[in-house]
Design a protein. Structure first.
Length: 287
């Protein structure tokens, strides 16, 4: 066991990716101590990546890529500005609301911070907010991504622990809402102390127009949640919601650029499945 943990820590210290470090450390331990025949190790690793529920991971990534490239992050930001931009510390509140909405299509904190987070940080800097405040609010609000359904960590945990993914999605709603409210209260307190003003006037016409623009975005997580709760397979639910989303978005915003861009996004979504597969294989290997 000392060899397993020690080799893993050494690989981590020299900058080896976590999935590769876990795999190499496990193989090294098995080879030295002969814990299991090599053929058994290979079979278990292959079985780990053949898990059907794991297909939901690249579907989520693909959906996030498609909506990000299609300019959905801009629509989310515009809606959040129209909704809470009039409050004190408006753009900081926008940062939180934008992360709540974006979490429904990404399911991860990293995608949240790299997607809509870049827009929010730049906007806060341009409006005179300290860079520390912009980055801090973005980093904190990005943690809502793995909590609000659909959540990739919930999918992986449900698969590994044999727990209902629909029940996990339902369990994440209340904590996510509580975190959102507490973050908004914290921002309001800082806005009062730092004398941050509002960043956009409230206009019901802009709010309604922006709300119509993100109906497609809100329909994606809602459709997944409803279908999974009704007992449908998570992969099938994500696939159906993704197909419907693409069809509607293409109908309203079809262009030659989008037609050329979609195959590249599909390839990117498929390639990004590899880290998730390695993670599942490593987990099954360590058993």
């Amino acid at each position: 066991m000392l060899l397993l943990i020690g080799s893993f820590l050494v690989f981590m210290l020299i900058g080896v990716p976590v999935a590769i470090a876990m795999a190499v450390a496990s193989v090294l331990y098995i080879t030295v101590f002969g814990v299991a025949p090599n053929i058994i190790v290979a079979q278990r690793m292959i079985a780990g990546v053949e898990s059907f529920p794991l297909l939901a991971v690249p579907f989520f990534i693909l959906a996030g890529n498609l909506m990000n490239i299609a300019g959905v992050t801009g629509r989310i930001y515009a809606f959040a500005v129209a909704l809470v931009g009039w409050m004190k510390g408006g753009l900081a509140q926008v940062n939180i609301i934008g992360s709540v909405i974006f979490s429904g299509m990404s399911g991860t904190a990293l995608a949240d911070s790299a997607g809509i987070g870049t827009i929010e940080i730049k906007a806060m800097k341009d409006h005179g907010y300290p860079i520390e405040a912009a980055v801090g609010v973005t980093a904190a609000s990005a943690t809502l991504g793995p909590i609000f359904p659909p959540s990739l960590p919930f999918v992986i945990y449900g698969m590994m622990a044999n727990v209902s993914i629909g029940a996990l999605f339902m369990a994440g709603i209340l904590p996510g809402l509580v975190m959102t409210v507490l973050m908004m209260i914290t921002v309001a307190i800082f806005a009062y102390k730092k004398n941050w003003g509002s960043d956009a006037p409230f206009e019901i016409r802009k709010l309604l127009a922006a709300g119509v623009e993100i109906l497609i975005v809100l329909a994606f997580p809602a459709a997944i949640y409803v279908l999974v709760t009704l007992g449908m397979s998570l992969n099938l639910a994500v696939g159906l919601a993704l197909v419907a989303l693409i069809a509607v978005d293409w109908y309203y915003d079809f262009s030659a650029v989008m037609a050329l861009m979609t195959p590249m996004i599909l390839i990117g979504g498929l390639r990004r499945r590899e880290p998730a597969e390695r993670h599942a294989a490593d987990q099954d290997h360590r058993r």
